[in-house]
Design a protein around this ligand. Structure first.
Ligand SMILES: O=c1ccn([C@@H]2O[C@H](COP(=O)(O)O)[C@@H](O)[C@H]2O)c(=O)[nH]1
Length: 273
């Protein structure tokens, strides 16, 4: 998917919501465990109930890897279901990969070609040659961790080197990478006040913003500081939506939570006009 197609979907749906598919067998309704593939059944029901309220889904790969071959099979079925039935939805493999160049190329092939995700999250720590292999894929997007939502972000990301915070170096240096037009960045909703300065470095880049909902980040603050004329934000909520109920109404409950966020987003978008 191109960035323009993503922007068009945001305007059409009046939503920049990304729903995180962090599907955990201990948290899904227990009656689903009787199904042949409970993870896929759960994902499919959540997707069918919420697809018109969001523009992206983000399976966190850890939740699938944790179940070995069966988990990978559930992940493959989920991405194939999305690509077949909802091809206008932007898909994010939240895999946080990145390695020496030839290894990064294999990761890129796994997620962009084999699984056919639109994007993948990448850790920037290994630098240019670990990121550039991902950037060579046409209409695929690489989402670099810049300033993460967790408390540990303060261990390294906000520390200064040569007078600049490390996360700012990640942002500015990565704009010089070959294929940098395919970059997006992760910025945690819990760090909304940093977005003003982040926008001075990457004024137009899309930001994936996790941390609204279960982690307590504010949608309003993120929009105030981070929204661009093309919106430029994908705000993620995982647990706050998909685990709204663990009873038979789980998909309907997820839809109601997604709708609450979509309405708030529509309101924020109307302020741009
Ligand atoms: O800085 C980051 C980067 C990634 N995540 C991931 O996003 C979701 C958030 O889930 P919630 O249930 O809405 O808290 C999850 O997959 C994280 O691994 C993040 O939270 N922060």
């Amino acid at each position: 998917m191109t960035t323009q197609e993503l922007v068009d979907q945001i305007h059409k749906k009046k939503s920049f919501l990304c729903i995180g598919l962090d599907t955990d067998l201990e948290k899904i309704p227990q009656f689903l465990l009787e199904e042949e593939d409970p993870i896929y059944s759960f994902n499919k029901a959540i997707i069918d109930a919420t697809h018109d309220l969001c523009v992206a889904y983000k399976p966190n790969i850890a939740f699938y890897e944790a179940y070995g071959v069966q988990g990978w099979s559930s992940l493959r079925k989920t991405i194939e279901y999305l690509n077949t039935n909802y091809p206008n939805i932007f898909t994010i493999a939240d895999a946080k990969r990145g390695d020496i160049g030839n290894t990064s190329t294999r990761y890129a092939k796994a997620f962009f070609e084999d699984l056919n995700f639109d994007s993948i999250t990448i850790a920037p720590y290994m630098g240019r040659d670990s990121v550039e292999p991902f950037l060579q894929f046409k209409d695929k997007h690489t989402i670099l961790l810049a300033l993460t939502s967790n408390e540990g972000a303060f261990d390294f990301q906000t520390k200064k080197i040569d007078g600049h915070e490390l996360y700012k170096e990640v942002l500015s240096v990565s704009t010089t990478y070959k294929g940098s037009e395919n970059l997006m960045y992760v910025v945690g909703a819990t760090k909304a006040e940093y977005l003003k300065e982040i926008r001075e470095i990457v004024p137009n880049s899309f930001l994936l913003v996790p941390g609204v909902g279960a982690q307590g980040g504010s949608l309003k603050d993120v929009c105030n500081y981070g929204m661009t004329k093309d919106i430029g934000l994908l705000i993620n909520s995982s647990r706050g939506i998909i685990y709204a109920s663990n009873q038979h109404d789980y998909a309907e409950a997820a839809k109601l939570k997604a709708r609450e966020l979509q309405i708030a987003m529509e309101k924020e978008m109307s302020r741009l006009n």
